[in-house]
Design a protein around this ligand. Structure first.
Ligand SMILES: Cc1ncc(COP(=O)(O)O)c(C=O)c1O
Length: 473
């Protein structure tokens, strides 16, 4: 494809854009349980206006834009204040992944300066920690050691202790984890880190804004922030439950000394001295301004109200799931991130049943589950959701007695008994078709069933890379 010979007029352009949007998930109707944090019309208007007001400005050079410098510093301070960071220092980043990458890079530089004997640094985290840590380890040459979670899905701290070696530089816990929404035993992990002179990162990308308000609302939330001795850095996403525009997260350190390891500086470039606090060069002013705007617009009172509503909605979701047969909430989630499991039906078939009715719930593995991040907009879609969930569960129950269930079981059995080379060929063939449609896929259960049956990690990785190849072709 090449650019059109001559430009398209404005109205055709925007008509076309609306048209291609038709097949997207209907997040405005409260049908998405990940990817979009919809705070309703009023919030959307504020962040849109603030974003467009500053969409040309560039946070790369804050001395050129004292406005952005003020916004970023105040956003960081307000976030640190929520999390008891008395001496904290930090920066805004483009999202949770960048915040986590920065914490890992900082840990590596800290270790180089303070523990020069370490040549192959290691980071220990529970298997529930977000893949951004694996990505960071991969990018920055830090080996990721994964430890198991206990039956309540929280990090097994004894296993973490056993995994510490002379190469360990940092321990990680989540508040809460993405897959089951539970908070790891942060106090125990932080104490372990302190005892061993290690850094400790709390991933509060999802919970950083919510948990302080849950506490205020009377929920029993264990300490998870800088009030815990031993916590040295945190990541907090404002573009999630902070209801800021996308591209806004905060990485925080216990103090400025630690934050200094994050900076990148080069002094001999003919283009001038170059200093950059985070990964990005150009940093979008719109995202910084919108985060500042929404925090000031809502204030503590506004967040308390919204998060109070989210808490109520989540409790209602959990109550209604408890009343259903064949489906349950995994573990005891600490806030508004939950996952659904089943001992009775194929939960992925339930996911497909919901998808065919327009809902979007991500599929998870180990254990197989459907993910739900409950946000403000779900208060209005809860009745419709449970009506459709009942249908989807009963369909899945019928299916599991019939062909599809048998087919999946056969595929699993067959794949497991096939020689490795043959499985790889089959996987390669399957991979050609993944992700190359312009429409959202409605049936994911067969693909997840197949993934579960493939035992070779190389084959699994290839399948996902095929899908990425096709998605971005
Ligand atoms: C716990 C947790 N950490 C980190 C991230 C990564 O955030 P982002 O997608 O903004 O990079 C996520 C995203 O869902 C998350 O749930």
């Amino acid at each position: 494809m090449k650019m059109p010979e001559s430009g398209v007029d404005k109205s055709s352009l925007f008509n076309k854009m609306s048209e291609v949007r038709d097949n997207d998930i209907k997040w405005k109707e409260g049908k998405a349980f990940s990817l979009v944090f919809n705070g309703g019309e009023e919030i959307t208007e504020i962040i849109k206006e603030a974003y467009t007001m500053f969409f040309s400005e560039n946070g790369l050079n804050p001395s050129a834009f004292p406005s952005l410098k003020k916004f970023e510093n105040e956003v960081v301070q307000m976030t640190a204040n929520l999390l008891n960071g008395v001496e904290s220092a930090g920066n805004m980043t483009s999202g949770g992944t960048e915040s986590i990458l920065m914490a890992i890079k900082t840990a590596r530089e800290w270790a180089r300066a303070n523990k020069p004997e370490i040549k192959e640094p290691e980071l220990i985290m529970p298997k529930s920690a977000h893949p951004a840590f694996n990505k960071g380890g991969h990018y920055f040459g830090v080996k990721i050691i994964t430890i198991p979670t206990k039956s309540d899905y929280r990090a097994d701290v004894e296993a973490m202790e056993k995994a510490i070696t002379k190469n360990t530089i940092m321990l990680v816990g989540s508040a809460p984890s993405y897959p089951q929404g539970v908070i790891d035993p942060i106090e125990d992990i932080a104490a372990l880190a302190k005892k061993n002179n290690l850094l400790m990162h709390v991933d509060a990308c999802v919970g950083g804004v919510v948990l302080p308000f849950y506490k205020k609302l009377g929920a029993d939330i264990p300490s998870f922030d800088f009030s815990v001795d031993g916590v040295t850095s945190m990541s907090v996403d404002l573009h999630k439950y902070g209801y800021a525009a996308k591209g806004a997260s905060v990485v925080l350190y216990k103090n400025k000394t630690l934050r200094r390891y994050q900076f990148y500086v080069t002094t001999d470039w003919p283009g001038g001295m170059y200093g950059s606090p985070t990964i990005l060069g150009t940093r979008p002013g719109g995202a910084i301004a919108a985060a500042w705007a929404i925090m000031n617009y809502l204030g503590e009172e506004g967040y308390l109200k919204i998060i109070g509503q989210i808490k109520e909605t989540t409790e209602e979701f959990k109550k209604r799931v408890d009343q259903m047969k064949g489906i349950e909430v995994a573990g005891k989630p600490d806030m508004s991130v939950i996952s659904l499991i089943s001992h009775d039906v194929d939960i992925f078939q339930v996911g497909d049943g919901l998808a065919s009715r327009g809902w979007h719930l991500d599929m998870q593995q180990d254990p197989n589950a459907l993910h739900m991040t409950i946000t403000y907009a779900h208060k209005d879609s809860i009745d419709e959701f449970f009506k459709d969930l009942e249908f989807a569960v009963s369909e899945a129950r019928q299916l599991s007695n019939k062909l599809s269930g048998m087919k999946t079981a056969m595929t699993r059995g067959l794949l497991k008994s096939m020689p490795k080379g043959m499985v790889s060929k089959l996987v390669a063939k399957e991979g050609q078709n993944l992700g190359n449609s312009d429409k959202r896929p409605e049936k994911m259960a067969p693909m997840y069933g197949m993934m579960a049956a493939i035992t070779d990690n190389g084959d699994r990785e290839n399948l996902v890379k095929d899908a990425l190849d096709n998605l971005f072709s």
